[in-house]
Design a protein around this ligand. Structure first.
Ligand code: MSP
Length: 510
């Protein structure tokens, strides 16, 4: 089966921060897991490079927009290997192939009768690159997200007849209750649609940094229409000399943050319907990572805000990676904030999770299991089979995690794995191998305990690979069993024999 999954494409006019890393890590976990299941996976990420904010930033800096994006896009592209992310392609909306596809699809939408010419007048936030309704603008005309002043815009635009898709979208939501996940986001998107859809600008004519409208080059396409199409365009040129659109379209999952819900759950399906293209299976909407804002200070409770560059409360993913490695960051992001909800993150919590869960629960389990096999059995895992009761719990993890990840429950799946990590640690305490080792008559028992621990550790490690890939690869290499496929992740696989020594997986910070 093919499995196509995407992240949002990132605006290049800011440096990458943990919020961007978050969407990307989540998608990487799902992509890696599906590869372990033997699926034909395509994982796309990239950068959103057109639009007014970029044009304005370039003007301020005295460079061309192209120079600005060429300088900034690599910061995002370089983030991927540093996060140990396994994307199959990195799309840039300035790629000529993408631009040609945007022109082709939007011309088709026009040919299908869904575009007309008009004058736009209303409120616009240059930071969101979004037009706001009067209700959103409120009486003070401030952006509800950025709290900055909105601009009154009046310009010639082409319009997309979004209003004509209202009934189709309601039907889509009726027929596919899991089109938008989790449920509270489905309800939000549905309420937006049912409140009445207005037509939206498809083009802009007051600046030129964008994909030219082929039937009127005085206009460029509104950046959101250009950007959304990345999910479709990239498949046509991601693999040199090969068009993989038919193999992977439609996507199984678009993973996005809650701030871009309207575009992905309303505009995007309407555009695809207008173009006569199949719709994605699911849009999964995650929450925000929140940090106490240093700007608010004072004695009162710290105010939690969406973490973003302009708010000045950025937890730098590069700094964390430099000190603790990408796996620690990946684990922390997926563990501490329930995927789909908002949640607070902090360096203090990071330190706690690193020490108690990664270093103590998992790192120590691996260290002591391997150390005992060296101490008591000369570095060879006894072929004594796994304790049946323990094996039941451990082997159940594969199905459970697969089922949870099919629903994009990344935090729940991690929790399911951790139950087993804790179970294995308890097993060490219960069985006390150091006591068994003192009594030659109990050598068989010791064999069984050591084999159970090694088999259990191997299974848990394989299942954990999507979250902490580098650590797991190191551990599995030590165990002499590097295979990652889930089909072989069971305590009866009999893959273990001579093992190597292991350095601490999560060393104490200096
Ligand atoms: N360019 C658009 C997306 C176009 S997709 C066709 C965009 N870019 S963005 O760079 O501003 O945001 C990209 C993603 O990062 C969004 O999903 C957004 O929700 C996410 N995050 C940005 N800050 C975040 C947090 N503090 N927490 C979690 N994710 C957040 O929007």
């Amino acid at each position: 089966m093919s499995f196509y999954i995407t992240t949002p494409i990132y605006y290049v006019n800011a440096a990458p921060h943990l919020g961007h890393a978050y969407s990307t890590i989540a998608v990487d976990v799902m992509a890696r897991h599906m590869r372990q299941r033997g699926e034909d996976v395509f994982f796309l990420t990239g950068t959103d490079e057109h639009g007014e904010p970029v044009a304005l930033a370039a003007e301020r800096e005295g460079v061309t927009p192209q120079q600005l994006v060429d300088r900034n896009a690599p910061r995002f592209k370089d983030l991927m290997p540093r996060l140990n992310v396994s994307n199959d392609f990195f799309v840039r909306t300035t790629d000529p192939e993408h631009q040609a596809k945007v022109q082709e699809v939007l011309a088709r939408i026009r040919d299908n009768g869904h575009v007309y010419e008009g004058v736009y007048e209303g409120w616009y936030c240059p930071r969101c690159a979004d037009f706001k309704t009067d209700a959103e603008a409120g009486e003070d005309h401030l952006c509800p997200i950025h709290r900055t002043e909105l601009i009154r815009e009046k310009e010639d635009n082409y319009f997309f007849r979004l209003s004509a898709f209202q009934d189709d979208l309601v039907r889509l939501f009726d027929e596919r209750p899991d089109f938008v996940m989790p449920r509270h986001r489905y309800n939000e998107a549905r309420a937006f649609i049912e409140s009445g859809l207005q037509d939206v600008s498809l083009s802009r004519s007051t600046f030129t940094w964008g994909v030219p409208v082929p039937w009127n080059p005085e206009h460029v396409f509104y950046v959101w229409f250009d950007a959304l199409l990345n999910y479709y365009s990239a498949l046509s040129y991601a693999k040199p000399g090969e068009d993989v659109t038919d193999r992977f379209w439609p996507a199984q999952y678009h993973v996005i943050g809650k701030d871009i819900l309207k575009f992905h759950t309303v505009f995007w399906p309407a555009m695809l319907l207008a173009a006569g293209l199949p719709l994605p299976e699911h849009v999964f909407v995650h929450g925000f990572l929140l940090m106490a804002s240093p700007k608010t200070g004072g004695d009162g409770p710290a105010e939690l805000m969406k973490m973003s560059k302009s708010m000045g409360n950025v937890l730098d993913p590069f700094a964390i990676i430099d000190e603790f490695g990408a796996d620690a960051l990946r684990y922390y992001c997926m563990r501490d904030v329930s995927f789909g909800q908002d949640g607070e993150v902090s360096t203090a919590r990071f330190a706690v999770v690193y020490e108690s869960e990664l270093a103590n629960d998992f790192g120590n389990l691996a260290s002591r299991t391997i150390a005992m096999i060296h101490r008591y059995r000369d570095g060879t895992v006894p072929s004594a089979g796994c304790d049946p009761e323990l094996a039941r719990t451990i082997d159940g993890v594969v199905g459970e995690v697969s089922e949870l990840l099919d629903r994009a429950d990344l935090t729940g799946a991690l929790e399911a794995v951790w139950l087993r990590v804790r179970r294995l640690n308890r097993y060490v305490e219960e069985q006390a191998p150091w006591v068994l080792a003192k009594d030659d008559a109990r050598a068989n028992e010791l064999d069984r305990v050591l084999a159970s621990l090694a088999e259990g550790l191997r299974v848990v490690a394989v299942v954990l690979h999507p979250w902490i890939p580098a650590t797991v690869e190191k551990l599995l290499a030590t165990l002499g069993a590097p295979e990652l496929e889930l089909a072989g992740a069971c305590t009866t696989a009999g893959r273990l024999g001579a093992i190597e020594k292991l350095e601490p997986l999560f060393p104490k910070p200096k």
